[in-house]
Design a protein around this ligand. Sequence first.
Ligand code: DGL
Length: 264
Amino acid sequence: MVDAPILFFDSGIGGLTVLREARVLMPGRRFVYIADDAAFPYGAWEEQALAGHIVALFAPLLDEFRPEIAVISCNTASTIALAGLREAYPDTQFVGTVPAIKPAAERTRSGLVSVLGTPGTIARQYTRDLIASWATKCHVRLVGSDRLAALAEIYMRDGFVDEEAVRTEIAPCFLERDGARTDIVVLACTHYPFLVNRMRKMAPWPVDWIDTSEAIARRALSLLGPQDTAAFISDAEPDLARMTSGPPDIATRRLMHGFGLNME
Ligand code: DGL
């Protein structure tokens, strides 16, 4: 008997930030990583079109991989499609990734918090509802970036990042008001933790950057049943990555290998 895999899903490489945490917490599990790069960037899609696209994409994936759980390791996808996925596939457990507004509101001292995400995530009613539920006592600035997810893709494949572009994209997160300064920036896109060191370097003053990857991986772990240790020991099936655009280039292949994923 072989353990059912844990399926990770993102528009690109962002979900790898969650997968690397999951590996630490669940070393014996099998992972399948799906990057819908044919449709990247999700941040630029119209809401209903994106929701329909993602729900349709999952039918053959669930059929083929029969995952124990599916982790939507993408804020842009989760905030628009999680409800639709749960409704369409009630036999699958889905774990979503949504902006960490509650922990930010609990942690801020200055009361000034920024949420940095794709234009899609920032525009969502879902995000506004999180603020209304958990952060009414803070001033939350929503900052949508057109470029950061693509900059992270380039950085991870080619090892290059345009630091001035990072500076420009994060600049609106930094607010000074009545002698107080923004002290927390929520990374509301799974691509961004790959750039966090550059963000730290280019920030006008130090802040806490909230990254939810570990919390998402822990949530996934909490939903798993006991492991089939025989499958772990025999290491029967390798972890796998697939890009929806088809066979990947060398840089992507290397990157996925670096995360322990074989490409088809
Ligand atoms: N990684 C995705 C997220 O967490 C978004 C990147 C994109 O725009 O496709 O929001």
